[in-house]
Ligand binder design. Structure first.
Ligand code: FAD
Length: 512
């Protein structure tokens, strides 16, 4: 095994224990151009944008990187088909543009093209409409920079192709296939963004809860114990669905989206995402999304969640589980049953209430726009809403506003041309000497991960002990949950998580 400390010292932006000690000391009583609150995709994106423009940055996250909504997404890099259905062309173009940036420049290793199958079994009118939507989406893709050649075109397929793509679909009839982007793992994108920000000099601290902002003074509770204060030129509130805690004037209508985790062989180990509309809807679909590790995630629901937002992880409701299974079963030869489900997860969308709306969404969060909000409240700029796909555009807009207010920092964001750590063009990735699964998660850093050990964490699963060691040495992991629920996603199947805990504890005690 290579010298583990060398791993931490040679990789750009490695979040090692030594770096954490330095960042902690710099934050206490320190002064920064920008303090970013929240280490989800939005906050990590803002920290990177600001640091890359030459501003001094502290990124403060109360729990762990990607502890919030950013790890509970469907892991899709959307071109915005759904926005087209709602007539929001601007939003669709922004999504298509950002998808191309992510796939080509920011993180080509983390995003792969994924086929979406809408079978005729869902209704000929349904597949015909999907074909139309897919072709409109293709036209939008071709109209944005980098879109041409990034994905195959929408097409009709015959019954044999349907059976090849998703063998579990009821026989008879063909279907329509359109294409979009799929992330290997949403949490890994967040970690890569935070590390890249760190490589540009940002101080990155997890376990750092911001408890208040008073003028330029930011109060922070470190690891739930130590109160410290720091000074900020501007504070960016990127706390997602919790944004109202720091900026009470922000008005959100959180909505829960749930996924079930199933063994891929229950759907015949699909090659495409099976796409079935919710009964009565023309723009909301249930997706069975194939994952690289022999699993399928079945999502997604949209349930308004009124009242204060709890800190704890949300869980899918019984009604949502039934809705997901019933919807997909409409097109399957053999129905899925609750006993097929090996895991489940849910996240809260930070949906922004439009100005002039009453106190709530009127029970229809599915119809709320996925536009983001950017609003100053004294020294605090809140940036929330939007999508994971458009995090970079949101971050750019937020930092434009900060630069304008501070009168410092580069006016133009460089992030559309900035790869994250581990990123490289597809040709270079194909030459990386490491297992393909590691390259798809760590890019050019995969050999460093492989060198730390290739033995599986849990027999029968592909995650390696080297990944756990790497997480501790270079990715700021500090607990079993950081290792199993965020740096790897072993925790998505509780039975596997249980078996992995002793190994994770051992690695935490001695990552060398
Ligand atoms: C079920 C579901 C599926 C989705 N699927 C997709 C998809 O496929 N594609 C897509 O593009 N988008 C998708 N989205 C949307 C996307 O996931 C979110 O828009 C995005 O992750 C929000 O990121 P964020 O950083 O703003 O919020 P979060 O990820 O929630 O980050 C906020 C962070 O702030 C921290 N925090 C809160 N309060 C404090 C404090 N006081 N001090 C310090 N830290 C604090 C939290 O711990 C958290 O880590 C989906 C959303 C849901 C719910």
């Amino acid at each position: 095994m290579p010298d583990p400390d060398a791993v931490a010292n040679t990789l750009p932006g490695a979040l090692s224990a030594a770096r954490r000690a330095r960042d902690g000391a710099a934050v206490e009583g320190g002064e920064f151009d920008v303090v970013v609150v929240g280490g989800g995709v939005t906050g990590a994106g803002v920290a990177l944008d600001a640091a890359a423009r030459g501003l001094s940055v502290a990124l403060l996250e109360r729990a762990d990187l990607a502890a919030g909504t950013s790890r509970w997404s469907s892991k899709l890099v959307h071109g915005g088909l759904r926005y087209l259905a709602h007539g929001e062309l601007g939003l669709a173009r922004e999504s298509a543009r950002e998808r191309a940036v992510l796939m080509r420049t920011t993180a080509p290793h983390l995003v792969r093209p994924l086929a979406f199958l809408v079978p005729d079994a869902a209704g000929r009118d349904v597949s015909a409409l999907a074909g139309l939507g897919g072709r409109l989406g293709d036209a939008v893709r071709l109209s944005v920079p980098g879109g041409r050649g990034s994905l195959p075109a929408t097409r009709r397929v015959d019954g044999a192709e349907v059976a090849r793509l998703v063998p579990a679909v009821r026989r008879g009839g063909g279907g329509v296939v359109f294409w979009d982007g799929q992330l290997a793992d949403d949490a890994r994108l967040v970690v890569a963004l935070a590390r890249t920000a760190a490589a540009f000099g940002a101080r990155v601290l997890t376990g750092a809860r911001v408890t208040g902002v008073d003028g330029a003074q930011v109060s922070v509770l470190l690891d739930g114990l130590e109160p410290v204060t720091l000074r900020a030129g501007a504070v960016v509130n990127a706390t997602g669905v919790w944004a109202q805690q720091l900026s009470p004037r922000v008005r959100l209508a959180p909505s829960r989206g749930s996924h079930l985790v199933l063994p891929a062989d229950r759907l015949g180990s699909p090659q495409a995402a099976l796409t079935v509309p919710l009964p009565g809807s023309r723009s909301r679909y249930v997706f069975a999304l194939p994952q690289p590790r022999g699993l399928v995630y079945l999502g997604i629901t949209d349930e308004p969640v009124p009242g204060p937002v709890p800190d704890d992880d949300p869980v899918p409701g019984d009604g949502e589980i039934a809705q997901l299974l019933e919807t997909v079963n409409r097109v399957l030869a053999a129905p899925l049953v609750p006993g097929d489900v090996v895991g489940a997860y849910a996240g809260l969308r930070p949906l922004v209430l439009p100005a002039g709306a009453g106190s709530g969404p009127g029970g229809a969060t599915a119809d709320l726009s996925r536009r983001h909000l950017l609003a100053w409240d004294g020294p605090v700029l809140t940036v929330t809403g939007g999508k994971l796909t458009t995090y970079r555009a949101m971050a750019e807009e937020a930092v434009d506003a900060v630069v304008e207010r501070l009168g410092r920092g580069a006016r133009r964001s460089p992030t559309a041309r900035l790869p994250v750590v581990g990123a490289a063009p597809a040709v270079a990735l194909s030459r990386v000497a490491a297992p393909a699964r590691l390259v798809a998660r760590y890019g050019t850093e995969a050999p460093a991960v492989a060198a730390l050990g290739c033995e599986p964490v849990v027999e029968g699963r592909p995650e390696t002990v080297g990944e756990l060691r790497f997480a501790v040495l270079a990715e700021g992991a500090r607990s079993v949950a950081d290792l199993l629920d965020r740096r790897t996603r072993l925790g998505l199947v509780p039975a596997e998580r249980e078996r992995a805990v002793p190994v994770a504890e051992q690695v935490l005690a001695d990552p060398r």
